[in-house]
Design a binder for this molecule. Structure first.
Ligand SMILES: *Cc1c(COP(=O)(O)O)cnc(C)c1O
Length: 510
């Protein structure tokens, strides 16, 4: 008997080892480690090519030109091997990918990323834990909790804080407003919105933000059924920060109108100017009027780790909830964000028990489940591992030093721009955003908006430098966002010279 079965067994064992005849080589498992290593090695080579070949932040390719290459791609005809696949992806994507790590990229809030976080990404996607329950991610659940606790301590929260990693700042801000809304209704109207939907009073709920707060606040208010009308925008001071006196006046005015103030969202680092609202003053007002206090520190969270500039966040510890974007200011790859609350019981407002995942009778101290704290994601990536790798290997001090050096470079840049008669700077920055425009002093026969639009477009089309833009009181301005500690004043001076060159070109043409 034995001798008859053995040859068969050996043959089938051999068969599972041959690529052509094993149909499962493409599935990540113990029988496909070779294929896995080869694929990852090739991917690494493409990443190296990206670093070595992309010397400009952008290729400058137009959507029409790029789109025409896409027309040739046919999903019904798969490619023969990884080599052809990577070639295709290099042509369609990598060659034209925006290179955030280059000093000449100073457009949006995209930081360069640290290497340990990239190593973590390899584990995250391959092991593919899902952060909803302990049985889908045991160590991952505890690691996320520990990172949330750590972040809470950096904010200045006590041991009762809690939170969850989210997909981004917009989502974290949504959680803040959701809790503000549900908490108000529960406490003051004895109305459970989670079960019964918005009460009639909800059309009079009011949320206060600054004029320069992130647009996600309006989107989130409409999602929550309060409408954009519920968002009251408070005018800003000369540095584009919320004016707390005007905030109090607005709260009083809304009360007089019979409306119901429920929350204030303070911005710790505006997207357009990188300045922080007066957090401590706003904290006092939210106490006085018993409002939910949410701090949107999506951008300014990097200050948590600095010694020199930590004081700018004074008052954040009084927040009921906080938005943190590690992918903006902790040098983390997208996505890496968190939502935190000062009092963990507040998260009970959103808890939903699904019998198959987190049944009601379960003891969550014994078997923790991050899903209890997540509103818009059940299956969720283990993004927290990237921050774990980063903190364990680099330490928070290193990250803080990077942030400090960025802020110092931005301050010096502000001085250079301000002193130059060819530039008009709107404000200095607590962080690293500078809004300014090119002008030609003594000449009035040109439209400064058109001139600066021309400059931005020329830079984009050539891809040599990427800057952003914004509008202030209807006028068009260029915008620098400094988030790269590698960028130095020499880079800045070069960029400014290139801007000037395009400016002179425009003036000589018009
Ligand atoms: C970027 C930003 C957000 C949104 O965060 P995402 O991660 O892009 O969703 C919210 N608030 C501020 C102040 C931001 O700068």
């Amino acid at each position: 008997m034995k001798t008859e079965i053995l040859p068969d067994l050996q043959e089938s064992a051999f068969l599972t080892d041959t690529r052509e005849e094993n149909p499962y080589q493409d599935i990540f498992h113990e029988g496909s480690t070779e294929e896995y290593s080869e694929a990852i090695e090739s991917a690494k080579q493409v990443v190296r090519n990206f670093l070595e070949n992309n010397k400009k932040p952008f290729s400058g390719i137009s959507p029409a030109a790029l789109g025409s290459i896409f027309a040739e791609v046919d999903f019904d005809t798969p490619l023969p091997d990884y080599k052809s696949l990577f070639e295709e992806v290099e042509t369609l994507y990598v060659k034209h990918a925006t290179a955030f790590h280059l000093p000449r990229y100073i457009a949006h809030l995209n930081c360069p990323v640290v290497i340990p976080a990239l190593a973590a990404e390899v584990l995250i996607s391959a092991i593919n834990s899902s952060q909803d329950t302990y049985d889908q991610s045991a160590g991952g659940t505890l690691m996320e909790r520990k990172l949330i606790d750590w972040t809470g301590r950096e904010i200045g929260f006590g041991p009762d804080c809690d939170g969850v990693f989210t997909g981004g700042g917009s989502q974290s801000n949504l959680m803040g407003l959701l809790l503000a809304r549900d908490y108000y209704a529960m406490k003051y109207l004895k109305h459970n919105i989670k079960l019964n939907g918005n009460p009639p009073e909800a059309s009079r709920f009011r949320i206060f933000v600054s004029e320069k707060a992130h647009f996600s606040n309006q989107k989130n208010s409409s999602l929550l059924g309060l409408g954009e009308q519920s968002v009251i925008k408070i005018k800003t001071d000369s540095r584009f920060r919320m004016d707390s006196e005007l905030l109090e006046q607005a709260i009083i005015r809304e009360l007089e109108l019979g409306n119901i103030p429920i929350a204030v969202v303070a911005t710790a680092g505006t997207t357009d100017f990188g300045n922080l609202d007066p957090l401590a003053e706003i904290a006092l007002l939210t106490k006085k009027y018993q409002l939910w206090y949410h701090v949107d520190a999506a951008y300014g969270c990097g200050l948590l780790l600095t010694t020199k500039y930590r004081y700018l966040l004074d008052g954040i510890a009084d927040a009921d909830s906080v938005t943190i974007d590690y992918h903006k200011s902790f040098f983390q790859p997208i996505s890496s964000s968190a939502f935190l609350v000062r009092e963990k019981h507040q998260l009970g407002l959103i808890k939903h028990h699904a019998d198959y995942l987190n049944p009601k009778e379960q003891d969550y101290d014994e078997l923790p489940a991050q899903i209890n704290k997540s509103i818009t994601q059940s299956t969720r990536r283990f993004d927290a591992l990237k921050l774990w790798f980063t903190l364990r290997l680099l330490g928070k001090q290193k990250l803080g030093e990077y942030t400090e050096s960025i802020i110092d470079t931005a301050a010096d840049t502000a001085k250079i721009i301000d002193k130059d008669p060819h530039f008009e700077l709107l404000s200095d920055s607590d962080l690293g955003v500078l809004v300014f425009r090119y002008i030609n002093p003594g000449q009035t026969s040109y439209d400064p908006c058109e001139l600066n639009q021309y400059i931005k477009k020329s830079l984009f089309n050539s891809g040599e430098v990427l800057v952003a833009s914004t509008k202030v009181n209807g006028a068009f301005y260029l915008k620098f966002t400094l988030l790269n500690p590698i960028t130095n004043l020499n880079d800045i001076q070069n960029i400014l010279n290139i801007i000037k060159k395009h400016g002179t070109d425009y003036l000589s043409l018009n």
